[in-house]
Write a protein that binds this ligand. Structure first.
Ligand code: PMV
Length: 300
């Protein structure tokens, strides 16, 4: 019942406003949920251990989707213990909320030996995402439930594609919590106050995702890196970055990366860096010396 995390290569936030985004699964950075019979409903995860009914607000998506699934499967009188084992850092733009709800939904269906179609998993995951986030575009739930590289649009649907970049992606955790709901609401406020400026930026991000999708086909790393840098600057203009994220991007670019940008909600969370496979280890140790946690992904 493992479910992988994800990164957004380009187009986050704009995707909420019907623009395309490109998202990739992060194989190896995953979460696992195990369920067993119990006297009462209990949960054991990184954030909290105890009664499910008394769980903190940050786990409301898990609690709600748990009861939703049990009702749907006519098992509401049964009680369970939910145990999550996760390698995905929380609130870092790597899709931990969608991955944890997807792993729970899969575990429940598996426990009762009921077949779960990918589309149903997506729909259930979106219910949980609507609680965790404000107005989720569905990109997280889609990439996490399909476990495929996707070109995604809320209105046009999604296309999966083979991702064979012959490159490395280094994920650097800024150590700062980035709450997606806050970030999405922040952008909404800015857009309501200044629609012309924000729409112009969202249009530019749309162009980046469209171009990047084409460039991915022939692994034009230099051009993709350039678009990632541009995407980061535009997210910065939308006030979704901060000094730490900007600085991580600068260090990466000063040390031979093709490009770098924040990924996911922003305001904290992670930066993704595109580099040559041969440079991945050196870049990783550079950032680790600066006390950042890093995850390396090799696409070869
Ligand atoms: O922060 P994450 O990993 O949940 O990614 C959110 C992506 C956004 O585009 C900011 C929101 C959305 O619903 O697509």
């Amino acid at each position: 019942m493992n479910v992988n995390a994800k990164i957004i290569l380009c187009g986050e936030h704009a995707v909420v406003y019907n623009k395309p985004a490109i998202a990739l699964p992060l194989k190896g950075l995953d979460i696992y949920c195990e369920i067993s019979n119990s006297e009462t409903n209990t949960i054991d995860c990184e954030l909290y251990k105890g009664s499910l009914d008394d769980c903190p607000n940050d786990l409301m998506n898990i609690k709600e989707i748990y009861y939703h699934c049990l009702k749907k499967l006519n098992k509401i009188n049964n009680k369970h213990h939910l145990k999550f084992i996760s390698k995905i850092p929380i609130a870092r733009g790597l899709g931990s909320s969608a991955a944890s709800s997807a792993s729970l939904i899969k575990a429940i269906y598996n426990f009762y030996d009921i077949k779960l179609e990918t589309e149903e998993l997506f729909n259930l995951c979106q219910i949980a995402e609507s609680i965790a986030h404000y107005n989720p575009s569905g990109v997280d739930a889609r990439v996490i439930t399909t476990n495929k590289a996707l070109y995604f649009s809320k209105t046009l649907g999604f296309k999966s594609f083979d991702f064979n970049l012959k490159a490395g992606i280094l994920i650097i955790d800024s150590g700062i919590i980035g709450k997606t709901k806050e970030a999405v609401l922040k952008l909404k406020k800015l857009k309501d106050a200044n629609p012309l400026k924000v729409n112009k930026i969202l249009d530019q991000i749309e162009m980046i995702s469209t171009k990047c999708y084409k460039l991915l086909k022939n692994s034009d790393l230099k051009a993709i890196g350039h678009l990632m840098n541009k995407n980061h600057s535009l997210l910065s203009e939308l006030d979704l970055s901060n000094e730490t994220l900007d600085n991580i991007c600068k260090i990466a670019n000063d040390n031979g990366a093709y490009g770098a940008k924040l990924t996911g909600g922003g305001l904290g969370g992670c930066v993704i860096v595109l580099c040559e496979l041969a440079d991945l280890t050196n870049l990783k140790s550079l950032f680790e010396k600066l006390n950042y946690s890093c995850y390396e992904v090799r696409y070869d």
